[in-house]
Design a protein around this ligand. Structure first.
Ligand code: RIB
Ligand code: CA
Length: 313
């Protein structure tokens, strides 16, 4: 079967980095057309730089990287240096990138690619705030029916919020963008905190990354060593939750995951619950299902796949 064509929209971010490395290590399943950077964990100049740092770490400098939106639709940017560090990729000491950014704006690239590639053959993989995706849909409504699927990391239901009591970071930063995407009619798969908080880099799993002995394996171990502080302190968890790699792992082996096709709406009005994903998990409303909301994964299978693929880089 031909590799699936994907565009990874990202705000690296250590967990974004691992998701991108997993995708780049899996050419039989995934054809990474490009990385599109968005402001999120850190400002756009850093996410656009970090995306290229990761491509060079993987020796995949032919993957084009585009810079997108530097702030949410109609809101001020909220960043997460308290989680990811000042650079957004704290942990390993990786060299500045030499590969250039592409000149085209990421939103124009997304629109042009969806219009030029055969309809239904491009999957969008947002790993950060949905600003680039929503802006593309606003500027070019015709592209919605041409998207094969959106597989995104964001939201929460049983786990509720990680940036406020009610909201997960990616959705909280740009709730208007999320509202546009969830109302687009596109086939959406959601990796919320409900599942990503079960993908924890415990010490044996981190040791397995380090034991690869490669620059990539050691860098990933250093990234997750740094990245785990926030969640260990807040949740007392056993290690860093690999939020974004759930997206690329799902595309490689969807059987690792289980969820429900339900209605998910986004709170955009209330300051108290801004960015909450109101997931009708128990189907108590007659609101039509618009997303496959993932609730669980085979964590050992996930880490076995991830470690095996990272060993290839
Ligand atoms: O809430 C977790 C999400 O926010 C992840 O995508 C992480 O990288 C940050 O963007
Ligand atoms: Ca991210």
């Amino acid at each position: 079967m031909a590799a699936r064509k994907i565009i990874i929209d990202t705000d690296p971010g250590q967990d974004d980095a691992v998701a991108i490395l997993l995708a780049l290590a899996s050419p039989e399943e995934l054809d990474v057309l490009a990385l599109t950077a968005v402001a999120g964990n850190v400002p756009l100049d850093l996410t656009a730089k970090n995306a290229r740092v990761i491509c060079e770490l993987a020796n995949k400098v032919d993957v084009p990287v585009y810079a997108g939106c530097d702030r949410p639709i109609g809101r001020d940017l909220v960043t997460a240096e308290h989680v990811h560090g000042k650079t957004g990729l704290d942990g390993p000491d990786l060299p500045d990138p030499t590969m250039p950014l592409r000149d085209e704006h990421a939103v124009d690239y997304i629109i042009d690619t969806l219009r030029s590639e055969a309809s239904g053959t491009i999957t969008l993989c947002p790993l950060g705030p949905l600003t680039n995706i929503a802006t593309a849909l606003q500027r070019a409504p015709d592209i919605a029916e041409r998207v094969q699927q959106i597989v995104l990391m964001g939201g929460a239901y049983f786990e509720v919020g990680n940036i406020t009591p009610a909201a997960e970071f990616n959705i909280y930063v740009d709730p208007e963008a999320a509202d546009i995407v969830f109302k687009s009619g596109i086939d959406i798969v959601v990796m919320p905190l409900d599942v990503t908080h079960k993908a924890l880099v415990t010490k044996p799993r981190n040791d397995a990354f380090r034991a690869l002995g490669t620059p990539t394996g050691i860098a990933v171990a250093q990234m997750t060593d740094f990245f785990e502080r926030f969640d260990k302190e807040k949740y007392g968890s056993e290690g860093a939750p690999l939020h974004d790699p759930c997206v690329t792992a799902y595309l490689i082996d969807p059987d690792l995951f289980t969820g429900r096709h339900i209605n998910v709406e986004i709170e955009t009005q209330s300051p108290l619950t801004r960015g909450m994903t109101v997931a009708d998990w128990w189907r108590v409303t007659d609101r039509p299902p618009n997303a496959t909301f993932i609730g669980d994964l085979d964590a050992d299978g996930f880490f076995a796949l991830l470690t095996e693929r990272l060993a290839r880089l």
